[in-house]
Design a protein around this ligand. Structure first.
Ligand SMILES: CC(C)(COP(=O)(O)OP(=O)(O)OC[C@H]1O[C@@H](n2cnc3c(N)ncnc32)[C@H](O)[C@@H]1OP(=O)(O)O)[C@@H](O)C(=O)NCCC(=O)NCCS
Length: 163
């Protein structure tokens, strides 16, 4: 029913397109990051990542409008996924899975053999995304993420090897 309404009224509709992110995407990435995480990134922080030769970045557009991003940083033959987010209205439609798969393929082509990332242990959608992409838990950092009200959350450290 929801899919039918989306098709009828174009709500959240449009063709998804994934491409290498450009420094001009910095403001859109920073805005989506700020909506998605407790600690945001400034436009300048994102811009400096996008011009860093070790950083690989992809953006998602749906119907031409910016709708998501993924960023990783390489060091030798390893890489860390720094962040991934999809705009709220487009979540649950497989877009993060597509973004991550394409991104992992590009990292593999660049010679990356192992991938790491940290994720809040209570972030069920992200953990489902990463487990489905073959990441496994290799560590845990207690009290890693500061939360409002002085609370903290633990980070899981996940790893995936690329054969
Ligand atoms: C995590 C996030 C990127 C997922 O984006 P998405 O486009 O909704 O994800 P997809 O539709 O591609 O689904 C990916 C997987 O997660 C699962 N998933 C999606 N939303 C979920 C939810 N609310 N609860 C549990 N699992 C969920 C899907 O079932 C899917 O698993 P599968 O491929 O095994 O079926 C999105 O929720 C987001 O932007 N969150 C805020 C930013 C964030 O937390 N990023 C991760 C930081 S480490």
């Amino acid at each position: 029913m929801i899919a039918l309404l989306r098709r009828m009224f174009g709500v959240g509709g449009g063709t998804p397109q994934i491409a290498a992110a450009h420094p001009r995407d910095a403001a859109a990435i920073a805005a989506l990051h700020a909506q998605s995480f407790h600690r945001g990134w400034s436009d300048e922080e994102v811009e400096s990542l996008l011009v860093d030769g070790r950083v690989l970045a992809h953006s998602l557009r749906v119907g031409g409008a910016f709708a998501g991003f993924v960023l990783s940083r390489r060091a030798a033959d390893e890489a860390e996924i720094l962040s991934i987010a999809v705009a709220r209205r487009h979540r649950g439609r497989g877009f993060a899975r597509q973004l991550l798969n394409l991104h992992l393929g590009r990292l593999a082509a660049l010679g990356v053999k192992a991938l790491f990332l940290e994720v809040d242990e209570s972030n069920a959608p992200a953990i489902a995304l990463y487990r489905g992409a073959g990441f496994r838990e290799v560590g845990k950092r207690p009290n890693y993420y500061p939360l409002p009200g002085g609370r903290t959350a633990a980070a899981l450290v996940l790893r995936r090897d690329i054969a």
